[in-house]
Design a protein. Structure first.
Length: 638
């Protein structure tokens, strides 16, 4: 769900707020407890804090709205009985409940008959009724405290005339039998969830519950796959960027914000939690951290600290010299290449208007307190990969308020890089060099600090992405972008350049498939008197190039200093006139996936740079007049 930052509404009644289903790491709300004045007169400095269920409300009770039985089906019969839907919804809760290292527990305890839509009423409602114009598959809005609050017996939290707090109970429950639940008396921290509803759009799609019904029909979707994702939001998890777990596994985490309803493998995979999902649920609700209550170890539980450690560090912008809000740091298991978990950078605050309820930006120094990130990981060595939450593959507005703050201050304009320990700086020679980070249970290991690179680029495009293509290319087709040698020479500030990487915006049609290309090259050639591309003697080649879905994929050069010298010298003496960035799609068929479509590249239309070419044989090159390819050469001035 998207909402403009400047108009985000905050309800002040009894210091709580209703939030959309945003989601590395956590969903956020504001904390106005301290009441510290902000630089804007009349405003309050409001730190952003995570939302969470208080331990007194675990088990979290949910009520299934029974007013639609069977569920409507826009595609016509067969229809889905509500009982079958309810069973699948409980299975989706159990995907989280069954984690041995997390004490979250969400259960369907009864039904509610609500002919309208869900709202803040102290009933955690599961419903297939949605507001008019609701365009999403589903959402999971929560209402949470925005200040530390003490609840006293008889307090009416939701303003319906009925008491929502009881001194006679010690856990959240329907103490008076009227259908909503009451909180025990006591102190509750800002961020405490008071009400969560999950609404599924039965007017938009046909929901299915059987494996056999998961097909390529895009208006049909597996209910459990959707519900597992929404239930992550229900207990405070945010969206993440991980839509591709490894070079051989194109499926993503359950908390990735998009589902491919035309790819059965992708749909079914989202039912099962990825390690990132499990790690963050466990980090927020850690087993073994109390001697009583839900966090106490019971039969079958595993203490969080027995299994997980935490890697942490800070991200600093190499150009602005500011802490970064909105960097995503992924921990990739070393030598295996599988994404285990990721965390988002930035501790932030906003200026809150207590009269109008608006949230405002002041300056990076006020709004961004630090660039810290944390990642819960199991025992092992990890490659740490930093990328910006820049819309590829997920926009900042779909992740968190903190990421939006970094985006609005223009911080999310850096290229992907790997952590290389003491070599981190704004002018790195080898941005693709990785120094392994060790994750140890019982241990928080800091010092994994990034400095984003101050880089310059020679691009084959000048305008934003408009298209993804090409779906009908023949096996073995080459895509190439011409980079004039003079453009590369112009990147030199006088002391030479490190040519760090080539970057290609890649994608696939089927979300469960990896964008695997036959090769990637940086090579020489000419556009004088006809196009020639030297495929036999490239400056750099990767013979099996695994792309990232809906994102720029770096081809890192290990010899960036000598490569920069070679190119500048060649341009200077005339032996190099033009460079080409090349991608080749696989030569074999059929292409993987239910669509049978080759891996794709990012395009801009109409073309303005006009330096893109295709070839089916590597000898004859055809200019592409309608599109510019999203390929770029990335360098650092020395």
């Amino acid at each position: 769900m998207k909402q403009k930052f400047a108009v985000l509404a905050v309800i002040l009644t009894l210091t709580f707020s209703t939030l959309p289903a945003w989601a590395g790491g956590v969903l956020e709300t504001i904390d106005i407890t301290a009441g510290t004045p902000s630089p804007i007169p009349g405003h309050i400095a409001a730190p952003l804090v995570r939302i969470f269920w208080d331990e007194r409300c675990i088990t979290v009770p949910y009520s299934l709205n029974d007013t639609l039985d069977p569920l409507p089906n826009p595609l016509g019969p067969p229809v889905l009985p509500l009982a079958d839907a309810g069973a699948q919804l409980q299975d989706s809760f159990d995907a989280w409940n069954d984690l041995h290292t997390s004490f979250i527990d969400m259960e369907i305890t009864d039904t509610v008959s609500n002919p309208g839509v869900a709202g803040f009423d102290m009933v955690n409602e599961l419903t297939f009724r949605t507001p008019p114009g609701f365009g999403a598959i589903a959402s999971s809005p929560s209402t949470a405290l925005i200040a530390d609050t003490t609840f006293v017996d008889g307090l009416d939290i939701d303003g319906d005339g009925d008491s929502d707090v009881s001194a006679a109970i010690s856990t959240c429950q329907d103490a008076d039998g009227d259908g909503d639940f009451e909180f025990p008396e006591g102190f509750y921290r800002a961020g405490t969830i008071l009400d969560n509803d999950v609404q599924y759009n039965a007017a938009l799609l046909r929901f299915t519950v059987n494996d056999a019904d998961v097909d390529t029909t895009t208006l049909s979707v597996d209910l459990e796959a959707v519900a597992v994702h929404e239930n992550g939001h229900s207990h405070g998890l945010s969206h993440v960027l991980e839509n591709q777990l490894s070079s051989s596994d194109g499926t993503g985490t359950s908390m990735f914000p998009f589902i491919d309803t035309g790819d059965p493998a992708a749909e079914l995979a989202q039912r099962t939690l990825a390690e990132d999902d499990a790690a963050w649920s466990s980090f927020l609700y850690p087993e073994g951290t109390a001697s009583s209550g839900p966090a106490k170890l019971q039969l079958g539980d595993l203490a969080f600290d027995w299994i997980y450690g935490v890697l942490e560090g800070e991200v600093t912008h190499g150009v602005f010299a500011e802490p970064v809000a909105g960097g995503s740091v992924a921990a990739v298991r070393f030598l295996v290449g599988r994404v285990e978990a990721a965390g988002f950078s930035g501790t932030t605050q906003v200026s809150f208007d207590p009269v109008g309820g608006g949230l405002f930006l002041v300056s990076p120094s006020f709004n961004i307190l630090d660039g810290r990130y944390q990642i819960p990981v199991r025992l092992g060595f990890y490659e740490l990969r930093l990328e910006a939450i820049d819309g590829r593959p997920v926009p900042a507005g779909s992740v968190s308020l903190s990421a939006q703050i970094g985006s609005l201050f223009g911080q999310l304009n850096f290229n992907e890089e790997l952590w290389n320990h003491s070599q981190e700086s704004a002018q790195e020679e080898r941005t693709g060099q990785s120094i392994p980070a060790l994750g140890l249970p019982f241990t928080t290991r800091g010092g994994h600090d990034f400095v984003t690179n101050d880089q310059v680029e020679a691009r084959g495009f000048a305008a934003p992405l408009t298209n993804i293509g090409f779906t009908g290319s023949a096996p073995g087709t080459y895509y190439a972008v011409h980079i004039p040698g003079a453009d590369v020479a112009a990147l030199d500030g006088g002391n030479g350049i490190f040519v760090n990487s080539a970057e290609y915006l890649t994608a696939v049609v089927d979300a469960s498939v990896i964008p695997a290309f036959a090769e990637a090259q940086l090579t020489t050639g000419s556009v004088s008197g006809g196009v020639t591309v030297n495929l036999a003697q490239p400056l750099a080649r990767d013979n099996v190039f695994i792309g990232q879905d809906q994102d720029f994929t770096p081809f890192y050069f290990s010899n960036s200093k000598s490569l920069g010298n070679k190119i500048l010298n060649g341009v200077g003496n005339g032996s190099i006139t033009d460079l080409f960035l090349v991608l080749r799609i696989p030569t074999g068929t059929p292409f993987p996936g239910v669509s049978g479509i080759p891996p794709l590249i990012g395009l801009t239309a109409p073309a303005t740079v006009l330096r893109s070419y295709t070839s089916t044989d590597g000898a004859t090159w055809t200019p592409v007049g309608n599109f510019d390819f999203h390929f770029k050469l990335v360098a650092t001035q020395r």
